[in-house]
Write a protein that binds this ligand. Structure first.
Ligand code: FAD
Length: 321
C-alpha cells in the first residue's frame, strides 16, 4: 500500500518506520527542511544547538528496541540519569542524539521517501487521498492511506482549509487538545561555561525551566546555551519583542554559567507540552483511509509521541488486507 504521512516529527517517523518494516511504501511529507520536528538541532555561528526537545527516555519496551538500533547506528547515546542536585526527579536514563536530537528521526526514515519543504495546504478525499502543496513547486501526492501527525491545532486548520469533517465527537475531542507554549533563547558564550556534566540545569532561575550548554552536552564545538522559559512567562510574552524579556533572563544565569552571552536569538515554540490530550494514542478511521497521531494523542514527551506513531501504524496494519 502507498501511505503518506504528514509531519516528520518523532510520531510521523516512528509510524513510517513501522509501516516500511511491514513492506509498505511510505512518503513522509514535511514543511521543514529536515526530519525531527520538535527534536530539532540548529547551527549558529559555528555552534550546534538542540533547541527543542533536549533528551528522550526509553521506558517502554518498544522504545528500548528502537533506541538500541539508534545507539548501534551511532545516532544516539546515553546522556545522564540523574539531574544534579534533584533527587526528586526520576533517575531513568536520558538519551540524546549523538550529534543532535534529529538523529533518531533520520534513522527511522531511512526506508521512506521524503517530501521536504512541502507545506500541505490541502488534502482531498478521492479513492484514496490527494495531498496538495501550498506554494513553491505546487507538488501533488497521491496515497491510498493518509496519516497526519502535525499538532492538533494545525490539523484542525488543515481540515478547515480542506473542508474535511470527522464527525462531532472526534472534532470535539480534537478541538479540546491544548499545548503549552515555550519561548526559547539560543546563545553563544564568550568562554566555556562552568556547568558540570551533563551540562544541564532545571529551573536555574525564576521563569526559566531549562538551561544547558551544548558544548558540555557534547554536540557543539563552541560553548552555546539553550534556555527554555516557563510556560507562564512564555504565555505572557508570546507577542512581546524578545528584546524586552530576554536580556533580563540571560543576565540572571550569567553567574551560574561563569560566562557572558555574546549573541543570542529567540525561538517561539507554539506547541511544547500537551495539557489536554485526545484521550487515546491515535485516531484510526479505516472507512476514510485516515489515521491521526502525535503528542496531542499519545501525551507529553518524545517517548509517548513515538508510541503514538507506532500504535497508529499497528492500527493501519491491522485493517489492511
Ligand atoms: C521547547 C521544547 C522542549 C521539549 N523538551 C523535551 C524533552 O527534553 N524531552 C522530551 O521527551 N520531550 C520534550 N519536548 C516534547 C517533544 O519534543 C514532543 O512531544 C515531540 O517531539 C512531539 O513529536 P510529534 O511528532 O508529535 O510532533 P512534531 O515534532 O511537532 O512534528 C510535527 C511535524 O509536522 C510538521 N507540519 C506541521 N504542519 C505542517 C504542514 N502544513 N505541512 C507539512 N508539515 C507540517 C511540522 O513541521 C513538524 O515537523 C519538548 C518540546 C519543546 C517544544
Amino acid at each position: 500500500m502507498n501511505i503518506a504521512i504528514i509531519g516528520a516529527g518523532i510520531s510521523g517517523c516512528s509510524c513510517a518506520h513501522q509501516l516500511t518494516q511491514a513492506g509498505h511504501q511510505v512518503t513522509v511529507v514535511e514543511k521543514g527542511r529536515g526530519v525531527g520536528g520538535r527534536m530539532a538541532t540548529r547551527r549558529m555561528d559555528g555552534a550546534r544547538i538542540d533547541h527543542g526537545a533536549q533528551f528522550y527516555t526509553a521506558r517502554d519496551i518498544r522504545l528500548q528496541a528502537l533506541n538500541k538500533q539508534w545507539c548501534k547506528e551511532k545516532r544516539a547515546i546515553e546522556w545522564y540519569d540523574q539531574v544534579p542536585g534533584r533527587t526528586d526527579i526520576p533517575t531513568d536514563m536520558r538519551y540524546r542524539g549523538k550529534t543532535g536530537m534529529t538523529g533518531p528521526a533520520k534513522s527511522l526514515t531511512q526506508r521512506s521517501k521524503l517530501a521536504l519543504n512541502f507545506f500541505v495546504e490541502k488534502i482531498e478525499r478521492t479513492k484514496g487521498w490527494k495531498i496538495l502543496e501550498r506554494e513553491g513547486e505546487g507538488r501533488v501526492l497521491e496515497a491510498d492511506h493518509l496519516v497526519i501527525t502535525m499538532p492538533s491545532q494545525q490539523m484542525l486548520e488543515l481540515f478547515d482549509r480542506s473542508r474535511v469533517e470527522l464527525g462531532a465527537e472526534s472534532m470535539g475531542r480534537l478541538e479540546a487538545i491544548r499545548h503549552t507554549r515555550c519561548l526559547a533563547i539560543l546563545g553563544i558564550l564568550d568562554r566555556p561555561s562552568r556547568l558540570i556534566y551533563p551540562g544541564a540545569v532545571t529551573h536555574p532561575a525564576k521563569n526559566i525551566d531549562w538551561l544547558s550548554d551544548n558544548q558540555v552536552k557534547g554536540i557543539s564545538q563552541k560553548p552555546a546555551i539553550t534556555l527554555h522559559t516557563s510556560a507562564d512567562l512564555s504565555q505572557i510574552n508570546w507577542d512581546v519583542p524578545a528584546a524586552e524579556w530576554a536580556p533580563e533572563l540571560l543576565a540572571s544565569v550569567e553567574d551560574q554559567l561563569g560566562a557572558r552571552v555574546l549573541s543570542w536569538v529567540p525561538h517561539r515554540w507554539g506547541f511544547a507540552k500537551p495539557l489536554v490530550t485526545f484521550g487515546a494514542s491515535h485516531l484510526h478511521l479505516p472507512e476514510l483511509g485516515l489515521t491521526l497521531a502525535g503528542d496531542g494523542f499519545g501525551g507529553e514527551r518524545v517517548e509517548r509521541a513515538s508510541i503514538s506513531g507506532l500504535e497508529a501504524a499497528e492500527a493501519i496494519l491491522g485493517t489492511i488486507f
